[in-house]
Write a protein that binds this ligand. Structure first.
Ligand code: 5GP
Length: 191
């Protein structure tokens, strides 16, 4: 590593492919680890509690808010999502390069609290492609799809607040760019 940065935040609209990009980068940098967020949304097929998220009830989540357990949390698409302070401690103690994959409002709040964190926004190639990807997943009702699409459009209005923006029209190239940002030897961002 050429730099000492060890805290990164990745955002991108639902369907931008940010999780796939992260998986590609992690395959090349084994010492990175993603914080496990807490959420009240329903568990999806294939997801594992404690690995993909800490799935909890609204009551439990609200209790943790009162206990000041979160660094940041949001209400997104009618569900709570939040980063627990204990996650940063856990991964720091493990000596990991920490990556948060969270939505825009939480990311910007996090950047205020941790100004040294590098923020990366993954841009989908187009709104039409985004709709195609969200519908193609088949995990959302028509109403949820429209809701996520509208959130996505709102999120993209904030991308200029990020340290780096990378278009995901070619997955391998996008992985390559994010890899170099995290390694600290990125030459020229697309933006
Ligand atoms: P999904 O329901 O598709 O897993 O996630 C919906 C959105 O919530 C995604 O943009 C995801 O990155 C974001 N998200 C996941 N965990 C957190 C979190 O802890 N905080 C915030 N602010 N957003 C999160």
């Amino acid at each position: 590593m050429k730099n000492q940065r060890n805290l990164f935040v990745i955002s991108g609209p639902s369907g931008s492919g940010k999780n796939t990009v992260y998986d590609g980068v992690r395959a090349r940098i084994p010492e990175i680890a993603q914080t496990v967020s807490a959420t009240t949304r329903a568990i999806r097929d294939g997801e594992i509690d404690g690995v993909d998220y800490y799935f909890m009830s609204v009551e439990e989540f609200q209790r943790k808010i009162k206990e000041d357990a979160f660094i940041e949390y949001v209400n997104y698409g009618h569900n709570y999502y939040g980063t627990l302070k204990s996650e940063i401690t856990r991964l720091t103690e493990m000596g990991k390069i920490i990556v948060l994959i969270i939505e825009v409002n939480g990311a910007l709040r996090f950047k205020e609290l941790y100004p040294d964190a590098e923020t990366i926004f993954i841009i989908p190639p187009s709104v039409e492609e985004l709709r195609h990807r969200i519908v193609g997943r088949g995990q959302n009702t028509a109403e949820e799809t429209e809701n996520r699409l509208q959130i996505a459009i709102d999120e993209m209005e904030n991308m200029d607040k990020y340290d780096h923006c990378v278009i995901n029209d070619d997955l391998n190239q996008c992985i390559e760019e994010v890899y170099h940002i995290i390694k600290g030897d990125d030459q020229n961002d697309q933006y």
